[in-house]
Design a protein around this ligand. Structure first.
Ligand SMILES: Cc1cc2nc3c(=O)[nH]c(=O)nc-3n(C[C@H](O)[C@H](O)[C@H](O)COP(=O)(O)O)c2cc1C
Ligand code: SF4
Length: 517
């Protein structure tokens, strides 16, 4: 009998030794003369358990982690005996952290072989595409509208409405562009999809192409993601061979093909119009809107540009229906959101849940508080442009409007946790400096204002003319917020002002009294 083991090839798992574990298990199998079939998967997203090895049993997959190469010999023996081992976590699907989740977008991540189209099909893959082909373009667009799906890249714009706009432009060359620049701090969900379930992204983009009449797609991947780019390339080639891409998508009359493009590395190239410039071979510079990319996008043609997670949510919407997806969530935030728990957190990883879960539940219950064991002081939600929230705001539900009402943003769903050793004045300075470094330079408030902002924060930190400099910083933030062309300049005031508002003592002012958690 052959033993089946599952070991991730996800970059996060590789970073902590998954490759060494895989080869040590292979060598141990040769020594113990047992036949082992190793399947390389994506990660389940329980990163504190990586490298996590799963063994197929008659009851399901059993997880062991975190495994090191030196564990291999004993672990293999234990798996072949009764399975008992100090690193045993039980049946993977029963691990409470995983069981608590609602995995719609990430249902297959960590389960399937990301390079095998057959495996994808065997786990309900391609059903959404088949449904889209049966429904036709117009009804497909309306299904996505009905689902209430909002873009997961940051702005939360309704995906179906964007598709409808492109679909309604006159027939011509149109494009589907996937934004896989994933520049936000503490985010890794796009990478996990591309490395763990790339066919779901290909399927989502093919559905988009059919829906709006686009025959060509591009996935724009940041250069820091070489594993994701390689996996996507392999999956696209497999999809072509398997008839999922090409002149007759799944034997239909629709044509759709796509390719990978690797970015050169700039945060602003995640901004959609800047990304389009970069894709065209130019320096990434933000374009003034209008015209919207939906009307005049890549190479001046109508373009759907969506985040990886937005496209990856489409297959299940098409398969199970718009109403099914819409049933999850709260308010105008429908469906599930893949939340990424990072920074100083005990149980960091990918947690997919319906919108509505509170920040406190995520940080304290799911995340288990800080990794350092010290009290949580602040969390930054939504990347480098997101506000710093103190514990007093932990009752905020994950909902676009609820976060906006508190001057925060969900962004791409990244949460970075800080303990009580954090210096929030330094964090505010960092936010402003980030803007100065990453500014594309097109507009003055951002290009000049961010550099002046760093200087003003330095004055405040040094205690120079504190009241006047604080007023100046507030004024500068106001100019950035309302005078910037894009959200890089427009949102930098949020981390800066939230640090100043909730943690004034770090700027030398008296502490603010906040309601208890
Ligand atoms: C400075 C800046 C950086 C951005 N970076 C990203 C990014 O890395 N990935 C992403 O999907 N969206 C990013 N966005 C948002 C995109 O401009 C755009 O809203 C998104 O690609 C639209 O896709 P969606 O509707 O599916 O979210 C960024 C926006 C700004 C202003
Ligand atoms: S706000 Fe900054 S990044 Fe955005 S267009 Fe202006 S200069 Fe460029």
């Amino acid at each position: 009998m052959t033993l089946r083991l599952f070991i991730p090839v996800d970059a996060g798992a590789l970073a902590v030794g998954a490759e060494e574990v895989a080869s040590a298990l292979g060598a141990a199998a040769a020594r113990q003369k047992v036949a082992v079939d190793v399947v390389r998967t994506g990660s389940r997203g329980l990163y504190w358990l990586e490298p996590m090895v799963e063994a197929q049993t008659s009851a399901g997959r059993v997880a062991y982690g975190p495994v090191t190469a030196s564990d291999a010999e004993g672990l293999l023996r234990a798996i072949l005996a009764d399975g008992a081992h100090a690193l045993r976590q039980g049946l993977t699907e029963e691990i409470p952290w995983l069981k608590r989740q609602t995995r719609l977008t990430f249902a297959r991540c960590g389960v399937v072989d990301p390079r095998s189209l057959e495996d994808y099909r065997a786990h309900d893959g391609c059903k959404g595409l088949e449904r889209a082909l049966a429904l036709g373009p117009a009804a497909t667009v309306e299904k996505v509208v009905e689902s209430g799906l909002r873009g997961r890249g940051g702005a939360g714009f309704p995906t179906g409405i964007k598709w409808r706009t492109v679909a309604q432009t006159p027939p011509q060359q149109k494009y589907i562009v996937c934004n896989a620049d994933e520049g936000d701090s503490g985010t890794f969900a796009d990478r996990m999809i591309m490395e763990g379930d790339p066919f779901v992204l290909i399927e989502g983009m093919a559905v988009a192409g059919i829906a709006v009449g686009a025959t060509k797609g591009y996935v724009y991947i940041r250069s820091e993601y070489p594993h994701a780019a390689a996996t996507m390339e392999a999956a696209i080639a497999a999809a072509r061979r398997g008839g999922l891409l090409g002149n007759r998508v799944a034997n239909s009359s629709f044509a759709f093909d796509m390719e990978v493009r690797v970015g050169a590395g700039a945060y602003v190239c995640g901004e959609e119009t800047s990304l389009l410039d970069s894709l065209e071979g130019k320096r990434g510079l933000v374009r003034a809107k209008p015209p919207l990319p939906a009307h005049k996008g890549l190479f001046g043609r109508p373009t759907v540009i969506n985040n990886v997670l937005s496209f990856a949510s489409v297959p299940i919407i098409m398969d199970k229906g718009g109403a099914f997806y819409r049933d999850f969530g709260m308010g105008k935030s429908r469906g599930t959101v893949p939340i990424q728990l990072a920074g100083n957190i005990k149980y960091g990883g990918l947690f997919e849940a319906a919108f509505g879960i509170t920040l406190g539940e995520l940080v304290n219950d799911v995340g288990g508080g800080t990794r350092s064991g010290r009290p949580v002081r602040a969390v930054q939600v939504g990347g480098p442009l997101g506000a710093y929230f103190p514990r007093a705001l932990f009752d905020t539900p994950f909902d676009y409007e609820a976060f906006a009402a508190r001057d925060g943003l969900i962004g791409h769903g990244g949460i970075v946790v800080f303990d009580d050793t954090v210096d929030m004045a330094k964090q505010a300075r960092f936010a402003m400096e980030f803007c100065a470094i990453e500014s594309c330079g097109k507009c003055t408030p951002c290009r000049v204002g961010s550099t002046r902002g760093v200087e003003v924060i330095d004055h405040i930190i040094r205690g120079e003319n504190r009241a006047a400099n604080t007023a100046l910083l507030e004024d500068l933030c106001h100019t950035l917020k309302f005078g910037s062309l894009c959200a890089l300049g427009g949102f930098t005031p949020y981390p800066v002002m939230s640090a100043l508002t909730y943690f004034p003592e770090d700027f030398g002012a008296p502490p603010r009294l906040l309601a208890a958690e």
